[in-house]
Design a protein around this ligand. Structure first.
Ligand SMILES: NC(=O)c1ccc[n+]([C@@H]2O[C@H](COP(=O)([O-])OP(=O)(O)OC[C@H]3O[C@@H](n4cnc5c(N)ncnc54)[C@H](O)[C@@H]3O)[C@@H](O)[C@H]2O)c1
Length: 320
């Protein structure tokens, strides 16, 4: 396997994963609508094994041309997060359901053996107890409902040489060339650095977290695994130790940025509550996370204080 197509490769996770693939010598093509620009990949332009296609999942001809001849497709492209998906539900269905199904069909038609799909632990919704890959799903947003629907579609489409794998990601944090300041640890760190004050909405709900570089390593681990071990499989990507209750996150960030004022408001606007087990990826793929929240707080603080990131409250750092 040599040729990898990363759909959504200019995004928060994709711009890290694409770099890892290029560095490892994969013939790497990014297909992306470039909603947040192409700067996150600018330094790769001269790499001989990197190619960028500006394209849209909703355009069958563009998808078909990009998919043909690939050895693997990593599907990250989507409207991402509940607020972005609620803004225009029709567009969300067009991209996250119909566009995604086009990719699945194109992979099957052109005999692309492997498709890795970025799903989310948000599919678990609100549930008690520890949740495993085979626990029931309970999505409570359009974003998560469509992820669940695509998961079902993919699991049914497998076979006859087509091997889909689903990676259900914890909430991601950390520094990326396409930075997002609409993810909880990233927002808290930004507010701590800019205002010396953070606000936490909510208390006891569980939310698993994972560093963006570990997520990219998770995709690599699946790509490089024996296909027989991963085909038709779902993997939670994260770590048991990084399941946190929202109410402790303020203190957690303060432990790395002492002196920050923490205000807790026990009226969560976001009701998701899921405590996830991540043993399967360790057992089957040998996957373990390398990074902690403290690593992310440090790298984001440095990027903000050094001026490497300007205007972090600007719209290009948020999905909605
Ligand atoms: N970041 C997280 O916390 C998280 C958690 C769970 C799952 N995920 C999933 O991981 C994937 C990547 O998320 P991210 O955080 O990197 O988001 P992102 O918004 O930074 O990246 C998405 C990329 O997809 C592209 N895109 C959007 N619509 C497109 C279209 N119609 N055609 C082609 N490209 C299009 C965008 O231009 C962008 O570069 C998504 O599928 C997301 O649902 C992310």
């Amino acid at each position: 396997m040599n040729k990898v197509l990363v759909m959504g490769g200019a995004g928060y996770i994709g711009s890290i994963l694409t770099r890892m693939l290029v560095e490892r010598g994969y013939e790497t093509t990014v297909f992306d609508r470039l909603l947040f620009g192409s700067e996150p990949l600018a330094d790769l332009e001269r790499s001989p094994n990197f190619r960028l296609i500006r394209g849209d999942l909703r355009d069958v001809a563009e998808v078909s041309a990009a998919v043909e001849g690939q050895d693997a497709v990593v599907l990250l492209a989507a409207l991402v997060g509940e607020p972005a998906c609620n803004r225009d539900p029709r567009e969300t269905v067009d991209v996250n359901w119909l566009g995604t199904k086009t990719v699945i069909d194109a992979c099957r038609y052109y005999h692309v053996p492997r498709l890795l799909f970025a799903s989310t632990d948000s599919c678990y919704g609100i549930q008690e107890g520890i949740l495993y890959e085979d626990s029931p799903l309970n999505p409570i947003s359009l974003y998560a409902e469509l992820k669940r629907d695509v998961e079902n579609e993919l699991l049914a489409a497998g076979g006859n040489g087509f091997s889909p794998t689903i990676l259900r990601l914890a909430t991601v944090y950390g520094l990326s060339p396409r930075m997002r300041f609409d993810l909880i640890i990233n927002i808290l760190t930004m507010h701590a650095v800019l205002h010396n004050k953070i606000r936490i909405f909510g208390g006891k709900q569980w939310r698993p977290l994972v560093h963006v570089a570990d997520v990219a390593r998770g995709f690599l681990a699946v790509l490089e695994a024996d296909p027989e071990r991963v085909k038709g499989q779902v993997f939670n990507i994260g770590s048991n130790e990084q399941n946190y209750q929202i109410g402790v996150l303020g203190e957690l960030v303060r432990s790395y940025l002492p002196g920050v004022e923490v205000e807790t408001i026990d009226q969560p606007p976001d009701l998701r509550d899921y405590h996830v087990n991540f043993d399967k990826a360790g057992r089957v793929l040998g996957f373990r996370v390398d990074y902690t929240v403290g690593d992310a707080v440090g790298e984001i603080e440095t990027a903000l204080r050094s001026g490497a990131i300007q205007d972090p409250t600007g719209p290009r750092f948020r999905n909605a």
